[in-house]
Design a binder for this molecule. Structure first.
Ligand code: SF4
Length: 167
């Protein structure tokens, strides 16, 4: 299997079942899923990217906002309800920027609607954990079985809600 994408890292921290469904191209018509809201914010609020920020394509991950001068990677999101997943995603960006020769990179998560910014750092623990996340993601996706439903508050706003709760 190829290296996990940033979306897969994000979904791994939200719901293993959603990770499996999304990665197996099982998509719902409704694309209101909060996991994708950041993408919409990024396209609308930041349609005109300032010169400070560059798009970086590392193959399995594409970073929308990287400031190479100040070594800051930025992710823009609408809501902070899935913040742990967003933090994991930004750590994943930093991890691969490091592996591509960029040192001392830090991260920011901006919530324009909340007027809030969160700083993200990659720690030695994270450097140890990220390969374990990748191994677990591979195991989940290699399985023919969709992970069983684990009820969580987030299910109410998940695009797979009707699919998961139909029975
Ligand atoms: S509805 Fe709940 S269990 Fe189903 S994919 Fe979404 S978050 Fe996961």
């Amino acid at each position: 299997m190829n290296l996990p994408t940033a979306t897969q890292i994000n979904l791994y921290h939200v719901c293993h079942r959603q990770l499996w469904l999304h990665s197996h191209e099982i998509r719902m018509e409704q694309e209101s899923d909060m996991v994708y809201e950041g993408k919409l914010i990024g396209e609308n609020t930041y349609a005109r990217r300032s010169n400070q920020w560059r798009e970086v394509d590392l193959g399995h991950i594409k970073i929308d906002h990287y400031d190479p001068r100040n070594k800051i990677v930025k992710e823009v999101k609408k809501s902070n309800k899935l913040e742990a997943a967003y933090i994991a995603q930004v750590k994943y960006y930093i991890y691969y920027l490091e592996r591509n020769g960029e040192q001392d990179v830090t991260g920011l998560i901006e919530y324009p609607k909340l007027r809030r910014t969160v700083e993200v750092e990659l720690t030695d623990d994270d450097r140890h954990l990220i390969p374990l996340w990748q191994d677990e993601i591979r195991k989940i996706l290699d399985s023919d079985e969709c992970p069983t439903l684990v009820r969580k508050n987030y299910c109410k706003t998940c695009s797979y809600h009707d699919f998961c709760y139909a029975q």
